[in-house]
Design a protein around this ligand. Structure first.
Ligand SMILES: Cc1cc2nc3c(=O)[nH]c(=O)nc-3n(C[C@H](O)[C@H](O)[C@H](O)COP(=O)(O)OP(=O)(O)OC[C@H]3O[C@@H](n4cnc5c(N)ncnc54)[C@H](O)[C@@H]3O)c2cc1C
Length: 416
């Protein structure tokens, strides 16, 4: 593990700091310090600033509109943005840039790259992810949304669920079954479907927090241009796995910064509430402190692999399991410190309840803690459940025997 940055990277870091000084308001304290209305306005304008300055999609080649930064430069941008509590993009960029954009760069034809990538960056195309279905989440390859070729178009029928930010998107990347006679992993295609058409209906799902951040998406004879398949027809499983495997070095760099800031804010809350004198609360804060420090070392391990040109591989499962299980506990501690106040939350909702920290928010903003506590429950489910991460670690890191697979034969046989 050697996360040492080369000396010349300091110049680049200084440039990024200068960019932030030049473009953020003089009194900038972090996105969480703004009112909800001001946050929406800020993020919309900030994304335009990033786009105009080629600060989105760091690793994308210049011919497709990206800045073509090196891995090291990408990590430095992510670190400096995180320290200042400023977002790296808009709410759907995780789906557009990180997921489908990177996948198109990996698998797409030249025409697909030239058409889709610049539109993702400009914000003209806003994406969401159509993987999960009511009967296929962890067992994703079980999916049943069907697409049948009709001339120059695929006709798509079926349902997706838990589609985060689907109500904000105008495009959805979908895994569809295009051959039901093959074994389940072999008859899947990866398609890009325009949502602005009569055959696509988005219905919001209300979450435990009262927000509706995700949706059900129904396809009824929806039409997808034939050329919108990424990779081979019936070869979509490999494309789907590429998308799931996209790991960003910046996540390893930013996560420990964000979780540290969140814990500092919690310690401040404990002091304000007089709870920091309670030995049991102190013990739990100390436990959180050592967890965040270990997270920092895990981050450095991933980062040093990344900076040496490698990919995190199954380390990603360790990191995912680690932060999501930790976040359950630290947010429980926040609720215990708040006591009865947590039952009738006051203050404003966090700027982003997914993930850690609300940079700039006052430590005693109760609603920020209660919402983060509730959405932390989802962290051990989305992007692969904790049980699934443990299976990956068991099989791919520890080399334990693979899970027995009960279903053999074609998808149609299994489902008839
Ligand atoms: C907040 C949130 C946002 C999401 N956003 C999206 C999105 O944008 N797009 C999208 O496509 N999906 C999204 N998802 C769906 C997510 O990917 C699935 O919820 C997840 O993969 C689990 O699938 P499931 O809900 O069907 O649970 P299931 O797969 O039915 O699992 C139920 C339980 O069984 C356990 N289990 C299942 N298989 C195994 C096994 N082999 N070994 C041991 N235990 C097992 C699981 O760990 C879990 O505890 C989102 C989910 C959440 C919570």
């Amino acid at each position: 593990m050697d996360p040492t940055y080369p000396a010349e990277s300091q110049n680049y870091r200084d440039e990024i700091k200068q960019f932030l000084d030049d473009n953020l308001p003089a009194d900038w304290a972090g996105i969480g310090a703004l009112t909800p209305e001001a946050q929406v306005e800020f993020i919309t304008e900030w994304r335009k600033v990033l786009y105009a300055n080629k600060m989105l999609a760091f690793s994308w080649p210049t011919e497709y509109g990206g800045p073509g930064l090196s891995s090291l430069e990408s990590v430095i941008v992510a670190e400096e943005f995180s320290k200042r509590g400023v977002p790296l993009g808009g709410p759907n960029d995780v789906f557009g840039i990180q997921m489908v954009g990177n996948t198109i760069i990996h698998w797409g034809t030249e025409e697909q790259k030239k058409h889709f990538l610049p539109r993702i960056l400009s914000g003209e195309d806003v994406w969401c992810q159509g993987y999960s279905e009511p009967g296929s989440g962890s067992d994703l390859a079980n999916l049943g949304a069907r697409a049948v070729l009709d001339g120059d178009e695929w006709i798509l029928n079926g349902q997706k669920i838990w589609t985060s930010a689907g109500h904000l998107a105008n495009w959805i990347f979908v895994l569809t079954r295009t051959d039901a006679d093959s074994p389940k992993h072999k008859g899947i295609s990866f398609m890009l479907c325009p949502m602005d058409q009569p055959g696509v209906e988005v219905r919001p799902i209300e979450m435990i927090s009262g927000e509706s951040e995700f949706n059900e998406v129904f396809f009824t004879d929806a039409r997808v241009p034939k050329e919108n398949v990424i990779g081979e027809v019936n070869g979509g499983w490999a494309v789907a796995m590429t998308l799931l495997g996209f790991e960003r070095g910046e996540a390893a760099a930013t996560m420990p910064i964000q979780y540290r800031a969140e814990l500092d804010r919690l310690t401040e809350l404990a002091e304000m509430a007089g709870a920091s004198k309670d030995p049991l609360i102190r013990q739990r804060l100390a436990w959180c402190h050592q967890k965040v420090e270990i997270m920092r070392y895990l981050g450095m391990r991933t980062l040093s692999k990344f900076l040496q040109g490698g990919s995190p591989g199954p380390d990603a499962a360790i990191t995912k399991l680690y932060w999501s299980e930790y976040h359950l506990k630290v947010t429980e501690l926040a609720i215990d410190i708040l006591g009865a106040d947590a039952m009738a939350p006051t203050g404003q909702a966090p700027s982003n309840a997914f993930g850690a920290d609300d940079p700039g928010a006052p430590a005693d903003n109760v609603r920020s803690w209660t919402d983060t506590f509730l959405t932390a429950r989802a962290g051990t489910i989305y992007a692969g459940t904790s049980q699934v991460q443990r299976n990956i670690i068991g099989e791919m890191v520890l080399g334990l025997p693979k899970e027995p697979k009960a279903d053999a034969g074609s998808w149609k046989d299994v489902h008839s």
